[in-house]
Design a protein around this ligand. Structure first.
Ligand SMILES: Nc1ncnc2c1ncn2[C@@H]1O[C@H](COP(=O)(O)OP(=O)(O)O)[C@@H](O)[C@H]1O
Ligand SMILES: [Mg+2]
Length: 411
């Protein structure tokens, strides 16, 4: 049996207070355990001290140790199954404490699958284990061990239990804080990823648009200028008698038409009105210009029921929506032969919707929707997380294209 001199009650109390003081301000398990180990040593001499903490899944535990370094340290990072812990009966609430005079021969620690190698590696003989309880439940265990056999007594069990009761609420609070912190980090990471993705898409849209405008400018400054020069040379040739006018006239006409088309393309890639004035004004201009250029008698109407909500969108979003509407309006003019084209802007609590209606011929079964302009509309919408629906128009006549953009939830 132990030959230790019993420690006086007032000294025990003094060290309990010391443990309390050592705990204050400790914000991680390891430093908490090291501080406690130093203070507890006076009441309870030990060569090894460890704390096991049950995890929320009810099947695993983490372990933190001080004194000697054993394989149990790994369980601070890689949790161990409770079923493999040598003190599982205590952790599961079956035993009120475990006191072993010689753990190296104690059959309680030896069962199939038991992770008991640290006992032998570190030659831990006397062992004493008491539960850590918080809110009436076992949340883990405090364990002390020495190399000497027959060292601890029932008095030690009582003292250790007091220390464990003191520690438990600190450990519980620390674990809750730790979990809340992990959760907050995980949430922040998800938010950052989503935001990064969203910003990436917006930046990509902006870059595509910049590129498009650059091509538009090159076409204007280079190609259109070249074509204009060619046109002038042709006009001069037409004045000379050596070349028959009948041969040159169709060439000059074809060139003139190509230049007209090129101007339209250049116009389309430069939504200057959109950038200078705003989304609704840009749309108004688009409708009027497209119809005027078509030379067709089409009535247009633009209705904004949202009080200019679209103007508050990010620039790349506005541009992408503008391009989608531009294609829908062009399709209506090109394919539908309509009397009227109506563009409506509406909003629900969750979405901003843009609807382009025509009262023309409508889509037919031969319409190819997988390539070309409509496909582009869908890709642009996807990049914005918006949806495009294409259907028959009002009263089954013509075509209705609707694009709905989810709005951020109000704060
Ligand atoms: N508003 C519309 N009215 C009638 N048909 C349409 C309309 N919009 C599109 N279509 C049909 O859908 C086809 C695919 O459109 P789109 O992908 O924009 O290609 P493109 O305009 O180059 O032909 C068109 O060729 C046309 O047959
Ligand atoms: Mg088209």
């Amino acid at each position: 049996m132990s030959q230790r001199v019993p420690i006086a009650a007032e000294h025990v109390l003094h060290h309990f207070l010391g443990i309390s003081r050592a705990l204050a301000g400790r914000l991680d398990f390891q430093s908490m355990i090291e501080a406690v180990s130093e203070e507890i040593r006076f009441i309870l001499p030990h060569d090894h001290l460890d704390v096991s903490l049950l995890l929320d899944d009810d099947h695993h535990l983490s372990a933190y140790e001080t004194g000697l370094h054993t394989a149990w340290s790994d369980f601070a990072i890689h949790p161990l199954e409770i079923a493999r812990s040598p003190i599982r009966s205590l952790l599961l609430g079956v035993e009120p404490y475990i006191l072993s005079d010689d753990a190296m021969v104690d059959e309680r620690f030896q069962f199939p699958g038991a992770l008991n190698t640290p006992i032998f590696d570190a030659r831990l003989r006397s062992r004493l284990h008491v539960p850590l309880r918080a809110r009436g439940e076992v949340i883990g265990a405090l364990s002390c061990s020495t190399h000497l056999a027959h060292f601890y007594t029932l008095d030690d069990v009582r003292h250790t239990q007091h220390v464990a009761d003191l520690l438990a609420s600190y450990l519980y609070a620390l674990r809750q804080t730790e979990q809340a912190k992990q959760l907050a980090i995980a949430e922040a990471q998800i938010r950052a990823r989503e935001e990064g993705l969203r910003l990436g898409v917006l930046r990509l849209t902006q870059e595509l648009e910049n590129e498009r405008q650059r091509i538009g400018m090159d076409l204007h400054d280079q190609t259109l200028a070249d074509m204009t020069r060619l046109h002038r040379r042709l006009a001069r040739l037409q004045l000379q008698d050596s070349v028959p006018a009948t041969e040159l006239a169709p060439v000059a006409q074809a060139l003139h038409e190509s230049m007209q088309e090129l101007r339209l393309i250049i116009d389309a890639v430069k939504p200057t009105i959109l950038q200078l004035f705003g989304f609704v004004e840009g749309l108004e201009d688009l409708l009027l210009r497209s119809v005027r250029n078509s030379g067709l008698a089409i009535v247009t109407q633009l209705r904004d029921d949202t009080d200019g909500l679209a103007n508050d969108l990010a620039e790349p979003q506005k541009i992408a929506l503008f391009r989608i509407i531009q294609e829908a309006v062009n399709n209506a003019i090109k394919h539908a032969v309509p009397h009227a084209i109506i563009v409506e802007i509406t909003a629900t609590a969750s979405d901003l919707c843009l609807t382009i209606l025509d009262d023309g011929l409508g889509l037919d079964s031969a319409s190819r929707l997988e390539t070309g302009g409509i496909k582009n509309m869908q890709i642009r919408a996807q990049l914005l997380s918006a949806q495009v629906h294409i259907d028959k128009g009002r009263n089954g006549k013509g075509t209705c294209v609707q694009v709905c953009l989810p709005l951020p939830a109000p704060l």
